[in-house]
Design a protein around this ligand. Structure first.
Ligand code: NAD
Length: 240
């Protein structure tokens, strides 16, 4: 149960902030019906022939492209999901001039659907796809409706613009994220186990005093000395 004083504190911090940054992960979208990786009903607890971390790796994509796409269509391509209260509040705070950027590990595009403009997608997006041979963009709806390995008219294999395990992160996006976090007056971290690096290391660039973590469970990283709100982020944000 989230206490009234925690909500009041968070409301005050956001109200005073002019360049707050939100750093989030898969837990931000579970209330929109998209499973995360590590919760009880997350993708790691479900039975697949291979563990999700292996399926979502660069080597697996190259070696087992059809099996990658079976899993990807089934579990990652959540095109109909809608933003929840967390996405919507963040978009409002940006509009009101309190929030400078959302830095997300998510690939679902729900922050943009909610109206956020400055979203730094550390791990890319399911909404962008490209031919590996000629570079031509490929519509996501065609991936969803199709079967097997999606191919460009030129014959090349289409790859989603998501960062698979074993692939480097976009340096420009990382640099921007570091800059926003370094300059932030408030850092809110939510819905992430802080297990996936280098993304999780970004919060160490925060120089301010006001960092608040909102999570359903304890994150992997040592967060001693940090204000911690245990709860569902959509529920918490709808009270702030
Ligand atoms: P994770 O699965 O490792 O951790 C999710 C965390 O969120 C857990 O600590 C869990 O307790 C917490 N959580 C779940 N629901 C919550 C809620 N409603 N409110 C508050 N906390 C909640 O996810 P991660 O840390 O983001 O790392 C996994 C990787 O998987 C990331 O790279 C991410 O891009 C990717 N991923 C993305 C999506 C998506 O785009 N929606 C979905 C699954 C995985």
């Amino acid at each position: 149960m989230v206490s009234e004083s925690e909500i009041v504190n968070l409301r005050m911090l956001i109200g005073k902030a002019s360049r707050a940054v939100f750093f989030g992960g898969a837990g931000v979208s579970t209330e929109s019906g998209i499973p995360d990786f590590r919760s009880q009903d997350g993708l790691y607890r479900q039975k697949y022939k291979y563990p999700p971390e292996q399926i979502l790796s660069h080597d697996f994509f190259v070696g087992h492209t059809a099996e990658f796409y079976d899993f990807y269509r089934d579990k990652m391509l959540c095109l109909d999901a809608q933003p929840n209260a967390a996405h919507l509040r963040l978009a409002e705070w940006e509009k009101e001039g309190h929030l400078a950027a959302v830095v997300t590990q998510n690939i679902d595009g729900l922050h943009q659907k909610a109206g956020s403009k400055n979203v730094l997608e550390l791990h890319g997006s399911i909404w962008r796809n490209r031919c590996m041979q000629c570079g031509m963009p490929f519509p996501v709806q065609r991936i969803r409706k199709g079967e097997g390995v999606p191919r460009c008219p030129c014959g090349g294999i289409v790859k989603p613009d998501v960062v698979l395990y074993g692939e480097p992160l976009d340096e420009q996006v990382m640099d921007k994220a570091v800059e926003y976090i370094r300059r932030a007056d408030v850092l809110i971290v939510g819905g992430t186990s802080l297990n996936v690096y280098p993304a999780a290391g970004l919060i160490d660039f925060f120089r301010g005093e006001n960092i608040v973590v909102i999570n359903k469970g304890a994150p992997a990283k040592d967060m001693r000395g940090v204000r911690f709100i245990y709860g569902k982020i959509g529920e918490v944000f709808s009270l702030v």
